[in-house]
Design a protein. Structure first.
Length: 270
């Protein structure tokens, strides 16, 4: 319960729903709760998804996406925003138009390919993402493969990748450390390179790790953390979520657990 007189920090995720509860909107809202902020959501697409893969995607009409955004901003303006899977050029254009003029931190997670291999960003949408949303982003948070795809650089050198991402228009760039030879999140912001070592847990439960990381980053920025501090806290939240991940929950890679619900007993009823 919030103490009297305190401000409730609000964070918004603009992303897609994962019917399996592991990634997307569902992961974002859990990460927001983990970081102590009130989570709000604008759903741009529905996925038929489980731990094995994505079997269908249903985009929301753009006028309904805009209606959700308008409703949130009219009554519950967010202290920070993150974007996740946006799927298509029309949806990206709608989101960008609504966010033009927004002065708070914007974390752009350029979700392109699911861990199962499903394509989550249409090829025609990449140009819109770069041209319309990158210039609005406080920080972009691709994984290694997404950073390589966006920059066209076939390298694991996160220094080069983050600099190239900022050159594409983003305010700052953080390439996460879950893939590649080096377990390190690499942040390039304000001309400074910062490496944040991360732990890779040998656990088949990483589904939703990227969403959890970017949502935690947005939440911490919304609470007032400087970007380097928020990046370190987001790395910790995402790492703990993987460490407590629900391996064996389904037939595929299990979801991360930002709230560590498996270790919490239901309240006693008297």
């Amino acid at each position: 319960m919030q103490p009297p007189g305190t401000t409730i920090v609000r964070a918004l995720t603009i992303a897609s729903s994962d019917s399996g509860g592991g990634a997307g909107i569902q992961a974002d809202l859990k990460a927001f709760a983990r970081c102590g902020v009130h989570g709000m959501s604008v759903i741009v697409a529905l996925t038929a998804q489980n731990t094995v893969g994505v079997s269908a995607i249903h985009p929301c009409p753009t006028d309904f996406v805009r209606a959700q955004l308008d409703a949130v901003f009219a009554d519950l303006p967010p202290a920070a925003i993150k974007t996740g899977m946006l799927l298509s050029e029309p949806i990206i254009s709608t989101v960008a138009a609504a966010l033009t003029g927004y002065s708070g931190p914007l974390v752009l997670d350029p979700v392109m390919i699911a861990s199962s291999g499903a394509q989550l960003l249409e090829p025609a949408a990449v140009a819109a993402l770069l041209g319309l949303l990158f210039p609005l982003a406080t920080v972009v948070t691709p994984n290694l493969m997404e950073a390589q795809a966006l920059t066209g650089l076939d390298t694991e050198d996160r220094t080069r990748l983050t600099e190239a991402l900022v050159a594409l228009g983003a305010g700052a760039a953080l390439v996460t450390g879950g893939h590649g030879s080096e377990p390190v999140d690499h942040l390039f912001a304000g001309g400074e390179h910062i490496e944040i070592p991360v732990v890779r847990h040998d656990r088949a439960a990483t589904h939703g790790a990227g969403c959890t990381h970017s949502a935690a980053l947005a939440a911490c920025l919304g609470r007032g953390d400087p970007l380097p501090v928020a990046a370190r806290r987001a790395a910790l939240v995402a790492g703990q979520a993987v460490a407590h991940g629900l391996a064996g929950l389904g037939a595929g890679d299990g979801p991360v657990d930002a709230l560590h619900v498996a270790s919490v007993s239901p309240p006693e009823v008297r």
